[in-house]
Design a protein around this ligand. Structure first.
Ligand code: NDP
Ligand code: HEM
Length: 488
């Protein structure tokens, strides 16, 4: 045996005499169940896969830090933002949404942009996307929407028909569709895209003043996208393009960074603002609410082990810190339930004990105990009930949330008749260049080509209402007339 090499063992630590041949009863006889070296190896292998994320299954992560560059204490009491220069370790994971764990990185899709800030007040997770808006605004629609992006129940194939069938019945989706079918839907890797909270959250300062807040993480590498053709080609050249690009940049000493900006709106202003600021299909125009710098995130260390860190990372919008609170955005409220729920299913009830998820800078102190895969000391002999007279942890009223008033009848309320077209119109007409528009029309038409005529016509009708030029160009590209009704 070579010197300095450790002895191979079973998972229980028993030395193994031979890792090439199973124990058999005689040279030609059956394999013996007593061979724990074999049974242990096979049983562990049988259980290697955990459920993949139901969405955002394919992704890549990296460690780094966040540093505050601007004083925002008049807006939030969040301790990790309490002084300029303060640094907080982070783990960030980027992802595509619809494809499975082995899917191609350059697929047309929003990209997930999830940051775990390991703060002294517990982990703060910012679970956003590279798009500032979303397809729907009620969590009741989310599983249906995602089913349209997954595989057809009969054929096992992905189908554009399902997506467009769903979207033409959700006109509010067309803002996100205008972003998604622009070249921003196929970013050149993860380093060249922005991240957005998409939702409004609430920031509360030490005096209790409340602001709605939108987050923008702007890439310091600059926005860079693939065209539709380049992205499709890259799927076969290197399906792991974005994962490799992120890894190599960090490995080669070129750590990517993002500057964090916020838009802030006093909560009282929201009551009279021109649209519902908790509607995730809307952005806040920069001219009304300019960007305010907060700090910089730098990703400078690759994970040592993809499964332990990236695959087992668990981000939840529920993981907040004092000074940061949810808004009444219905989608956000739905997500507050969904993420820890899926983590208990995907990783187990004690998912927060896994090192990558552990709030290690906060020293969690509570009365929750036991459960499968308890891998900590389980709080040793400390009391497991409260109130107690034994010196156990107690609640701190200073951590109380703001106390918004809520009135009205319980019910399944619709959203009324908001103008869902003014913002995609602004994007199409005022923000995009003619070249952007040409790519947008081509990318949209390529995706819609196999869709039935009735659905194409419904889509064109919506595009025409957003902007007649938009509708007419899509109609021409997909080979249908602009329906007469659209022009009324
Ligand atoms: P502005 O002109 O102030 O902002 C437009 C923003 O659009 C830019 O700052 C940039 O934001 C983003 N952008 C630029 N090119 C593209 C593109 N090809 N595809 C998608 N986004 C692009 O106007 P408003 O704030 O009034 O917004 C006008 C429209 O711009 C909105 O209706 C929305 O569709 C879109 N938009 C607005 C954002 C916002 O937060 N206000 C954010 C992103 C898009 P960035 O640097 O963040 O990419
Ligand atoms: C992942 C649900 C909307 C961003 C997930 C996961 C679920 C989920 C179940 C898998 C999590 C895991 O296994 O760890 C929902 C529901 C939504 C919703 C129910 C709406 C009601 C959104 C929106 C955004 C978003 C609006 C962005 C603004 C993400 C990201 C991930 C994710 C970035 C991947 C996190 C990671 O890297 O692990 N979502 N989602 N989701 N979601 Fe959502």
């Amino acid at each position: 045996m070579e010197k300095n090499r450790k002895i191979l063992t079973t998972s229980s630590g028993m030395p193994i005499d031979n890792n090439q041949f199973s124990q058999t009863a005689g040279a030609k006889g059956p394999v013996l169940i007593q061979d724990f070296a074999l049974v242990d190896k096979l049983a562990k292998f049988d259980r290697e896969r955990i459920p993949e994320r139901v969405v955002h299954a394919k992704g890549a992560g990296a460690h780094g830090y966040f540093v505050v560059t601007n004083d925002v204490t008049k807006y939030t009491k969040a301790n990790f933002l309490s002084e300029v220069g303060k640094q907080t370790p982070v783990f960030t994971r980027f992802s595509t949404v619809a494809g499975e764990r082995g899917y191609a990185d350059t697929d047309r899709d929003p990209r997930g942009f999830a940051i775990k800030f390991y703060t002294e007040e517990g982990n703060y997770d910012m679970v956003g996307n590279n798009t500032p808006v979303f397809f729907i605004r009620d969590p009741m629609k989310f599983p249906d929407f995602i089913h349209t992006q997954k595989r057809d129940p009969k054929t096992g194939l992905r189908s554009s028909q399902a997506g467009w069938d769903f979207w033409v019945q959700q006109p509010e989706a067309f803002h996100q569709l205008t972003v998604l079918f622009s070249n921003r839907g196929t970013p050149d890797g993860f380093r060249h895209m922005n991240g957005y909270s998409s939702h409004a959250y609430k920031w509360v300062n030490a005096d209790g003043d409340e602001h709605y807040v939108q987050y923008h993480f702007k890439t310091d590498q600059g926005i860079k996208n693939f065209t539709g053709e380049e992205a499709t080609k890259m799927k076969s050249v290197n399906p792991d393009y974005a994962t490799e690009d992120l890894h190599n940049a960090i490995e080669n000493g070129d750590p990517p960074s993002w500057t964090w900006y916020v838009q802030l709106m006093p909560v009282v202003d929201a009551e009279t603002y021109k649209f519902d600021v908790t509607d995730i299909t809307k952005v806040w125009p920069h001219s009304d609410y300019p960007l305010i710098e907060v700090g910089k995130m730098v990703l400078n260390r690759n994970p040592d082990n993809f499964f332990a860190e990236t695959e087992q990372s668990a981000f939840a919008p529920t993981h907040m810190v004092p000074g940061i609170e949810p808004s009444n955005d219905r989608m956000l409220q739905g997500r507050l339930f969904s993420y820890p729920d899926t983590h208990r299913h995907r990783l187990g009830a004690n998912y927060d004990q896994i090192p990558i998820n552990c709030p290690y800078r906060a020293r969690a102190a509570h009365y929750q105990r036991d459960g499968p895969s308890t891998v900590t000391s389980n709080f040793g002999g400390l009391p497991n009930y409260e109130p107690n007279t034994l010196g156990g942890p107690v609640a701190d009223p200073k951590a109380a949330w703001s106390t918004p008033e809520v009135t009205g009848k319980v019910g399944r309320h619709d959203f009324g008749t908001p103008d869902d077209f003014v913002q995609p119109r602004a994007l199409y007409k005022n923000v995009m260049t003619e070249e952007d528009r040409e790519h947008l029309i081509k990318n949209t038409a390529d995706h819609m080509m196999s869709v039935t005529k009735d659905i194409k016509e419904k889509a064109v009708k919506i595009y025409w209402q957003i902007d007649p030029d938009y509708g007419e160009r899509i109609a021409k590209a997909v080979g249908v007339d602009v329906p007469k009704m659209a022009k009324i």
